[in-house]
Design a binder for this molecule. Structure first.
Ligand SMILES: Cc1ncc(C[n+]2csc(CCOP(=O)(O)OP(=O)(O)O)c2C)c(N)n1
Length: 711
């Protein structure tokens, strides 16, 4: 192996030497502990340390790195306290993830390290988001993400590199090509001669280097970092290396020909570097041994601290509390008695000044007009004053636009992203005019890649930005699903980082749009702790809930029914106001039966009620599906004892099933009849309008009400 000194001064070379020795020696110790059963799992980076260490040393300490499972050298080179790392690896409460995550699946904002999820590829797009933040802030900074050769086959690799190229983002992508993805050799992974060939396809530069040569890695990453900052472009580096142990310690190495180990042993990144430093007279054999003794002592001492932690004391409340980042809310005591925050309203005449307009398929509910006051929020989400509403008549779609517009003014660090949302104004024209007012930097057309954009939104959040991503249709969320349910949703519980992201979901059917432009897929997300899910049915709620979602530091899935966009409208306050997430709305009071519903189905219920004045029907609009307003559910059960759960989503596994189970468990003594569900058919959504009408829950609403009344 050939080293060039590149004018690096001796003290720095010495620092490099200590930095590369540390992860190797820690690993050797870990392998002993593994055999003793003191840690449960270990992914070895032995043989690959020059990449993690060289790259980390080439970055500024305040630049984000997205490491993977073989990058111990990133964590140690960022000087994370070793005893705390030990605690992490032992699953201790005092580790970086409070015992909730595996060895390297954690991050630390303090050290600018973003924790991986098992799926590997999602790390790459997060780096895009961080780099976008740097670009927007005009900072001279880059982000750096790792992938293995196996990971380059994931769609995430393609989406992240393409987006970085199209958006001119200063990201360094490093491939650690160690020849195998678990047991799969690279000739079963890709067909290009070299992975670096892919760079050209994305329109970015790339270079292939010896990943076992720490000076080459360090020098390359340093130069590439300068390039990325100066040219505001991404760069791909392929580091050739070899994994000297199995995929993980339990998996063995049978599938790797023995001669490969013999050949790569000669290229050991530490032994060769050590020899080079001795030849350069930076160290002697004696000093090398002294350094190793020092490190050994350090490891033993840190291990003593790390091993001395108390046994895990399980605290369910603590587990639940950490799922969500705390939301800043006005204190209840701040609320003057004669006024109420819009969000806390749960009275029969809850919606102020609601205009009843002739409205296509979705007639507006009848509400009394009740002018009222509500809380006005400051930039930080604090309530500052109460004012009488100035309202205007807005359609549901305009209310969404209002909320977005006011939020863009309110939060200078709010970024909108989505396909065709800039000049074109979005598929539904909700962001029409925004690019002219807020500029292309904040109103961003995205390439056709949902996964990378959700990942980029998370990266923006790491750097303190808020973002709203528009799914063109809620149906397309499937291709961004992993980032939403595994990264956004779990990150706060896993290592305390919040994901300040709203995903707008134009959902629902009734327009004859067929199986892939009509779905109600909210239940997929309600089943995912860490997300919030809201689904307004009125213009007033659409505005207030979207503002609340944007102010909320957690990931919020904001469902907006396409059928309501232009068919319902109401008096909407011109103020910047929130509807509190997690609060239902009593649409109308009644005493015979209760219909609990949300979204467009609210209008099915109100229409049915208005046509059957002889039945006293209480209707509750859930507005939020996660968290659910159990107080409101309980209140209506106690009042009528006969509950009908109505939703546009399919029957099986829908929200109705969950609420039914909850009522059964908590309100059984108040029931006068079994809880009935009225939902859409358990089929895909058909295109033909007659078939679709039959599919919809509304087709069976009347008969379900009659069944309920018969008890
Ligand atoms: C989406 C996904 N599929 C499969 C796996 C299982 N898995 C974990 S690591 C790995 C191989 C990764 O290979 P590579 O990217 O080359 O990285 P290396 O482990 O060699 O460093 C596989 C298949 C996974 N973690 N995630």
């Amino acid at each position: 192996m050939h080293f060039e000194r590149k004018n690096i001064p001796a003290p720095q070379l010495l620092h490099m030497y200590k930095s590369i020795l540390l992860p190797r020696m820690i690993e050797e110790k870990m392998l002993v502990l593994l055999r003793q059963g003191k840690i449960s799992k270990w992914f070895s980076g032995i043989g690959q340390e020059a990449i993690s260490v060289g790259a980390t040393l080439a970055m500024r300490p305040d630049e984000w790195i997205m490491p993977l499972h073989r990058n111990l050298g990133v964590f140690t080179s960022r000087q994370m306290p070793l005893h705390k790392l030990f605690m992490q690896w032992q699953g201790s409460k005092d580790g970086y993830s409070k015992g909730r995550e595996r060895s390297f699946h954690f991050g630390s904002k303090e050290h600018r390290i973003c924790g991986m999820i098992s799926h590997l590829g999602p790390q790459l797009a997060i780096a895009d988001g961080v780099a976008l933040a740097h670009k927007l802030k005009k900072e001279d900074k880059v982000s750096l993400a790792f992938t293995g050769d196996g990971g380059t086959s994931e769609g995430d690799f393609h989406e992240a590199l393409n987006t970085a190229a199209v958006w001119d983002l200063p990201v360094i992508f490093i491939i650690e090509n160690n020849g195998y993805g678990l047991s799969t050799p690279v000739n079963e992974q890709y067909r290009c001669a070299s992975l670096i060939d892919k760079a050209r396809g994305y329109g970015m530069e790339g270079v292939k280097i010896d990943g076992n040569n720490i000076i080459e890695v360090y020098d390359t990453v340093r130069g590439v970092r300068d390039y990325c900052i100066q040219n505001q472009k991404p760069y791909l580096i392929e580091c050739m290396t070899f994994r000297m142990r199995g995929h993980e310690e339990a998996s063995g190495i049978k599938y790797v020909p023995k001669e490969l180990f013999t050949r790569w042993e000669l290229d050991d990144p530490i032994k060769n570097f050590e020899l080079f430093l001795i030849l350069q007279q930076v160290i002697t054999v004696e000093t090398a041994n002294e350094i190793k003794e020092e490190i050994k002592h350090y490891i033993e001492e840190e291990l003593k601290i790390g091993s001395g932690t108390a046994a895990m004391v399980v605290d369910t409340a603590d587990e639940m509390n950490d799922v969500y980042a705390k939301t800043l809310r006005p204190e209840a005591s701040d609320v003057r008695p004669e006024t109420s925050i819009v969000s806390n309203d749960l009275v029969a005449v809850a919606v102020p000044g609601f205009a009843t307009k002739p409205a296509g398929r979705f007639p507006s509910p009848q509400h009394s007009t009740n002018p009222k006051t509500s809380a006005v929020l400051s930039a930080e989400g604090h309530q500052t004053s109460y004012i009488r509403h100035h309202t205007s008549d807005l359609r549901y779609i305009d209310a969404i636009k209002h909320a977005l517009h006011q939020s863009m003014k309110q939060h200078s660090h709010l970024i909108l992203m989505g396909q065709d949302i800039a000049e074109y104004g979005g598929a539904f024209k909700i962001t029409e005019g925004f690019v002219e007012e807020f500029g292309k930097e904040r109103v961003r057309n995205t390439p056709l890649c949902e996964s990378a954009i959700v990942g980029a939104a998370l990266g923006l959040s790491l750097e303190g930005y808020k973002s709203v991503m528009e799914m063109q249709f809620a149906d397309f969320v499937t291709v961004g699903f992993n980032q939403i349910v595994n990264n956004l949703a779990k990150i706060h519980y896993r290592w305390g980082q919040n994901a300040d992201v709203v995903i707008r979901m134009p959902a629902g059917g009734g327009m004859g749009a067929g199986p892939f432009h009509s779905q109600s897929n909210e239940a997929w997300f309600v089943h995912t702790p860490g997300l919030k899910v809201v689904y307004p049915s009125t213009a007033e709620d659409a505005k207030g809930l979207l503002i609340a979602a944007i102010n909320d530091p957690n990931p919020v899935m904001y469902f907006e029914h396409k059928g309501l966009y232009r068919s319902v409208s109401g008096q909407v306050s011109e103020e910047y106001y929130e509807i509190e997430i997690g609060k239902a709305r009593l649409v109308q009071a009644g005493s015979d039966i209760s219909i609990i519903t949300y979204g467009a189905a609210v209008y099915w219920a109100t229409e049915y009620a208005s046509k059957h004045p002889d039945i006293s029907i209480e209707i509750t609009d859930l507005r939020s599906l996660l968290p659910l307003d159990y107080d409101a559910i309980k209140a209506t059960v106690e009042k009528t004892g006969k509950i009908l759960l109505l939703h546009e989503d399919c029957l099986t596994g829908g929200i109705g099933a969950e609420i039914s189970a909850w009522i059964n468990e908590h309100c059984f003594e108040h029931l006068d009849a079994p809880v009935l569900r009225c939902a859409s058919l358990d089929t895909p959504i058909p295109f033909n309008t007659e078939l679709e009408k039959n599919f919809m829950a509304s087709a069976r609403l009347g008969e379900t009400v009659e069944r309920l009344l018969a008890y």
